[in-house]
Ligand binder design. Structure first.
Ligand SMILES: Nc1ncnc2c1ncn2[C@@H]1O[C@H](COP(=O)(O)OP(=O)(O)OP(=O)(O)O)[C@@H](O)[C@H]1O
Length: 612
């Protein structure tokens, strides 16, 4: 193994700022940033001086002599010619260097290939069947499967002799795990929960005794989702299983890297890790190819109806491809039914070229999730209705619009959600519908994440009228709406405490929405005292104006949780996050799981008075 020390030699105008220790930050114009190596030690086995190479294209990569020809040939067959900035910067250090790495690069810039190429090379050189060299940990099953596909895209062009060795084994919930060591390949991809369980099996654990790379994809999300304890347990089990002396190299990738990630890196990688930051400190983390539009509305009713009509019109009138994010599983279920009702009304049902209108969330079965992802991926037009489960990492080609109509509890999630469009150099639009009372959320995005809305528009009376007409044509949308509204009440309760928005405003707004869907101007929420007082902490004197006492059924805390996408054990694991009861109570907020690094820095005035 080469003991190389990377030095950064930029072309004119490129000024790396070397701050503490190994933390490197760079200007964002990476076409001018080139990684070079100390020529003293920078040689490959063929004695090629790596410092002579500018690693900007696949051709450059081939000329280094570091990579097996089958890898660079596969890249060419897949029509990759130019390497993205993050690839230019991390591929060689990973292959030639023994140090851990934390890497921040914007959404859709090719981080997966950035670690896939060096790890494929390592497996070709040192791998053997039954021994895992590379372990990739991803926060969701869907992302794990997508990473597998990215590897397979290259492997399919390689000689047969490599296929068995390199075809990744995937260890995620909903899939049968392979414990037979002869069938475990050199690359493993897993979600933390399943991996941690599997590592209790000694035979499985032994397969990791000569692990070389431990990769955390969407590292900050892994920590946010309450997986931190599991990640440490996994590290411990991997450490126990080690029988070889060579270094285990941890790599962590994300578009958003917070203090929590650095703390985790310090503990699990050690002080001696490099931070390669391809985002300038003064630059917004969101990708510049995303045109962000803020639509100001007068209430939740307008936000939801506006988002629904916009999404349906986008596929009918301009053949767009839209991802709509909903905050809870029940809201996503209802919205999906409404979209289908809106699209398939009339004679479109018979149309041959149907768009993909699909639903993806953590309570769908594994096969339904895979079908939804594949349908949306292969179709040129469609609507994906989803929850936070699709916020990270998922790569769908040619998504034209991302639509959101509720605040994201974590500001980083907003950046990742809009990052589902404008990928791999493409352009796209992100539309946020936001009520007047959500101004604090919008301010937090602007101030703390440097979000810039290129257009701020008011949801006009004309748009409202048109959308109302559109809505009236639809059939009865009230089935499932009860569950939807219940989960939204719980969700907005949390939003109000995180962003300091009076919950009373949300209650008013939700009631307007509820009444309009039911087409009953005097309807009240059909939930009882246990829900209003117990879950939402609304005093009786206030509750009586919002809640009919119709539903007296007692709902325990666990039952309640099934109405949110963040239920106690996260449904199928992937929606698990801030409501996770296993996360410790820190005295601030009983639902807080420690997402404090990404909450608005400003603490909003809170009072115990309900109608504050
Ligand atoms: N060198 C390249 N040239 C062209 N396209 C590329 C290149 N590298 C990767 N891509 C494509 O770019 C898209 C986005 O890649 P990827 O999913 O790895 O992004 P990412 O940085 O991990 O995004 P996110 O932060 O959202 O997870 C994929 O479709 C991938 O195939």
């Amino acid at each position: 193994m080469l003991a190389l020390k990377p030095i950064w030699k930029p072309r004119t105008g490129f000024r790396p700022v070397v701050s503490v220790g190994n933390i490197l930050t760079h200007r964002s114009n990476f076409s001018s940033g080139i990684v070079r190596y100390n020529s003293v030690a920078a040689t490959t086995s063929k004695d090629v001086d790596l410092s002579a190479f500018k690693i900007e294209t696949v051709k450059d990569l081939a000329q280094t002599g570091v990579f097996d020809k089958s890898i660079t040939d596969s890249l060419s067959k897949e029509k990759f010619t130019q390497l993205t900035p993050v690839q230019q910067q991390v591929i060689l250090p990973i292959v030639t260097h023994d140090k851990g790495l934390v890497c921040r690069a914007k959404t859709g810039t090719g981080k997966t290939l950035a670690f896939a190429l060096p790890t494929l090379q390592d497996s070709i050189k040192h791998g053997r069947l039954g021994k895992v060299r590379t372990l990739v940990i991803a926060p969701t099953r869907d992302l794990a499967l997508q990473i597998e596909n990215e590897y397979l895209r290259l492997i399919k062009h390689m000689p047969v002799k490599y296929k068995k060795l390199l075809t990744p084994t995937v260890h995620i919930g909903g899939k049968r795990t392979i414990f037979n060591s002869k069938r475990i390949s050199s690359i493993a991809i897993a979600t933390p929960g399943r991996l941690n369980d599997n590592l209790n099996n000694e035979m499985f654990k032994e397969a990791f005794d000569s692990l070389r790379y431990r990769i955390y994809d969407e590292g900050d999300r892994l920590l946010d989702q309450g997986f931190e304890r599991e990640l440490y347990e996994i590290n411990e089990k991997l450490r126990e299983s080690r029988t070889v002396d060579s270094n285990l190299v941890p790599l962590l990738f994300s578009a958003t890297v917070n203090d929590r990630v650095h703390n985790f890196a310090l503990k699990s990688i050690g002080r001696n890790y490099d931070f390669i930051n391809t985002v300038n400190e003064n630059e917004p983390e969101a990708h510049e190819n995303i045109e962000q539009i803020l639509v100001k509305t007068d209430g939740i009713d307008e936000s939801f109806k506006g988002a629904l009509c916009f999404s349906v019109k986008t596929i009918t009138e301009s053949n767009g491809k839209v991802i709509v994010f909903l905050p809870t599983i029940n809201a996503a279920n209802w919205f999906f039914s409404a979209v289908k009702e809106a699209y398939f009304s009339g004679d479109r049902r018979k149309s041959r070229n149907r768009p993909a209108i699909v639903l993806l969330h953590g309570k769908k079965t594994q096969s339904a999730r895979e079908i939804a992802v594949s349908k949306f991926r292969t179709n040129a037009t469609g609507i994906l209705v989803t929850t936070d489960v699709a916020a990270r990492g998922l790569d769908f080609k040619d998504v034209s619009h991302v639509v959101q109509m509720t605040p994201s509890m974590s500001l980083s999630d907003y950046i990742h959600k809009i990052g589902r469009t404008a990928r791999a150099g493409a352009h796209g639009q992100a539309i946020l519908y936001s009520t007047r009372s959500e101004e604090k959320y919008v301010n937090a995005l602007e101030k703390e994440k440097g979000i810039k809305f290129s257009h701020v528009v008011q949801y006009s009376d004309q748009a409202k009228e048109e959308d109302e007409v559109f809505f009236e044509q639809l059939g009865d949308l009230s089935p499932e709406f009860q569950d939807c509204i219940r989960s939204l009440l719980s969700y907005y309760k949390q939003v109000s405490s995180v962003f300091g928005i009076p919950f009373r405003k949300y209650l008013d707004s939700l009631l307007v929405y509820y009444r309009s869907i039911l087409n009953d101007s005097s309807a009240k929420f059909p939930f009882g005292r246990k829900f209003s007082l117990g879950i939402l902490s609304i005093p009786d004197r206030v509750a009586s104006s919002y809640f009919s006492d119709g539903d007296r059924q007692f709902r325990s805390r666990d039952n309640f949780n099934q109405f949110t996408s963040y239920n106690k054990y996260g449904g199928r694991g992937d929606d698990r996050n801030r409501y996770d009861s296993r996360n410790k109570f820190d005295g601030r907020n009983k639902f807080d799981n420690g997402r404090r690094f990404d909450r608005p820095k400003k603490t909003f005035k809170r009072s115990n008075r309900f109608d504050d």
